[in-house]
Every structure is written in C-alpha cells, then in structure tokens.
Design a protein around this ligand. Structure first.
Ligand SMILES: O=C(O)C(=O)C[C@]1(C(=O)O)C=C[C@@H](O)C=C1
Length: 95
C-alpha cells in the first residue's frame, strides 16, 4: 500500500490495516455476543412483566427502572443512562 492510499479501514499502511482488520473481527464477535445477551435480557424481562400483568399489576415498574438506570450510570457514566433507557425500551416497549 502506498502512503497516500486508504482502503476500507482508513489506514495508511498495511501494518495498520492488519491491526484494524483483526480488531474489527473481535468487535464483530463481541457485538454478536452483546446482541445475544440483549435478546436474553428481553426474554427474562418479558417473564417478569407477564407475571406482573397476569397478577393484575402494571407492566412498568418505575422504581426498578431507576435502579437499572443508576446501575448503568455508575458503571458507564452519563452515556450509560442513555444506553439503559434504550435497553429498557427494547425490553418493555415505549412508555
Ligand atoms: O424488574 C422488573 O420489574 C421488570 O419488569 C424488568 C424491567 C427491565 O427490563 O429491567 C422492565 C420493565 C420494568 O419497568 C422494570 C424493569
């Protein structure tokens, strides 16, 4: 690769392109696992919500959602709150 060439990695050298390609494969594998965990979380959340609704309760439990939001914020900072909100929307739909 010449110094001015950029391939789909955006790298300017073959060495950097190899590092990026390898790291992207790891990211793709991690994303597959993360998506699988999210789907598993959605299924567990549905069990909880169904049990609550079947018992006459409400689908949503805001006190518990505050705990979930705090958990993500404490671990990941402010963007963690946004991530948790998206996760909750995936698990219980929009409110
Ligand atoms: O923990 C519960 O009570 C749930 O229903 C699970 C869950 C969640 O996905 O974390 C989903 C909906 C509720 O509003 C709160 C939390």
């Amino acid at each position: 690769m010449t110094a001015v060439h950029t391939d789909r990695t955006g790298a300017r050298t073959d060495q950097a392109a190899d590092v990026i390609t390898g790291a992207r494969e790891r990211i793709d594998a991690l994303d597959d696992r993360i998506i699988g965990l999210i789907q598993e979380r959605m299924a567990v959340s549905a069990v909880i919500q169904d049990a609550r609704v079947s018992s006459g309760g409400r689908r949503v439990n805001l006190a518990r959602e505050m705990e979930v939001l705090a958990h993500y914020r404490d671990a990941l900072g402010r963007p963690g709150t946004s991530l948790a909100m998206t996760m909750l929307e995936l698990c219980r739909g929009r409110i």
